[in-house]
Design a protein around this ligand. Structure first.
Ligand SMILES: *Cc1c(COP(=O)(O)O)cnc(C)c1O
Length: 370
């Protein structure tokens, strides 16, 4: 028995969509990318979508389009995938971390204001694991201090907050489509925004700095090749058309885990086992002392249950320790929780048999090492 951590959900619809593109001569800058941008923007409820070749490149372009540069500070979370902080470094800015809320695992608004200085330019919250950050409080702080807000929505396609979707709450947002995300394009990402200037700027910068109606090889600013190709976009379109089905499947797996894992001593379920979330990226457990997450993870892997610590704190990554002198102890909530969390197998077609096997192995581990 070997149960994967994540798997994409690809049907004959996706395969046909990709093959159809391959039968045309247009493999880049064509109708699929345009359609994918329109589809995602409309779904999120914003004016503009700009498709790019990864979530990371999308974040980079957003940071650049807000004019963040050397000396500027951006307040963000240390409990995330490293790209949400690296994108600030790409432009010479300084990521300033604020600790997280122990329940939502998202940036704690109460920790933000103490970190604001005259150099602070923006806030960069991440909707961790598909749960929306407290954007009401975060936007409030941004308004009071005149700061821009970038939403890292890479894990949160389909998440919402009241009437609005994640991605429509700040100045701009990015979704990512790596194969373990809610929907995939292989590699890919999408910037979404209501700001025409940000959209035009990002559109130009992803295409080598060309203007909107360029003469061949005219470049009005420095840019990159961050374009998404037509094949990836076709895959994304087919996935977007199945999004509601995909989100429902993921919520269904989460609900089953919630039910079957409830009541195991020392085990904390995501969101306290409550259905507060409607878009799921990963299913992350917390093992409380005396349980040792690393011992449990080794046991599960040995039994064929793939699992990963999600996330090691960004400020304790080797590069950040060297560059900024972090030693541990700076963000106690993040550091404590990061030692206790473990992502377990989670994907659309995880069967009841597999779920039962994973749950049984977790029970065994807790009994053995509790
Ligand atoms: C996936 C992800 C990204 C972007 O990842 P890419 O692999 O570049 O598409 C950025 N931030 C977070 C929080 C992510 O989970």
């Amino acid at each position: 028995m070997e149960i994967a951590l994540a798997k994409p959900d690809i049907t004959s619809k996706e395969i046909e969509a990709v093959l159809d593109v391959l039968k045309t001569p247009v493999l880049s800058i064509g109708p699929q990318v345009q359609a994918f941008e329109d589809l995602v923007a409309a779904y999120v409820g914003v004016q503009y979508g700009v498709a790019v070749n990864s979530g990371t490149s999308g974040l980079h372009l957003l940071v650049r389009s807000l004019g963040i540069k050397a000396g500027d500070e951006v307040i963000t979370t240390p409990f995330s995938f490293v790209a949400s902080s690296n994108c600030i470094l790409f432009e010479g800015g300084t990521p300033v971390f604020a600790d997280i809320d122990p329940e939502s695992l998202n940036l704690d608004p109460a920790q933000i204001e103490a970190k604001i200085t005259t150099r602070t330019k923006a806030l960069l919250p991440v909707h961790v694991f598909g749960r929306t950050a407290d954007m009401k409080a975060i936007m409030d702080i941004a308004r009071r201090h005149n700061l821009k807000v970038i939403e890292d929505s890479c894990e949160a396609l389909g998440a919402d907050l009241g009437e609005k979707k994640a991605g429509a709450l700040g100045n701009g947002a990015v979704f990512a489509f790596y194969p373990n995300k809610q929907i995939t394009t292989g590699e890919g990402g999408m910037i979404v925004t209501d700001d025409p200037e940000i959209a035009a700027n990002c559109r130009s910068m992803r295409n080598q700095g060309r203007s909107a109606n360029p003469m061949w090889l005219e470049h009005e600013r420095i840019g990159f090749n961050y374009r998404m190709d037509e094949i990836s976009a076709a895959l994304g379109n087919a996935q977007m058309h199945r999004l509601e089905e995909i989100l429902a499947k993921r919520a269904g797996v989460a609900r089953k885990y919630h039910q079957k894992l409830a009541g195991i001593p020392g085990l904390l379920l995501p969101n306290g086992g409550l259905p507060v979330q409607n878009s799921w990226f990963v299913y992350v457990l917390r093992f409380m002392p005396p349980l040792d997450r690393d011992v449990i993870a080794a046991y599960l892997k040995n039994e064929g249950v793939q699992c990963r610590p999600y996330f090691p704190p960004i400020h304790l990554q080797e590069f950040y320790q060297k560059e900024f002198g972090y030693k541990g102890g700076e963000y106690p909530v993040t550091e404590k929780i990061a030692k206790q969390t473990l992502a377990i197998p989670f994907y659309n077609d995880l069967s009841d048999f597999e779920i039962d096997y994973v749950v049984e192995k977790i029970r065994e581990a807790v009994r053995k090492f509790g």
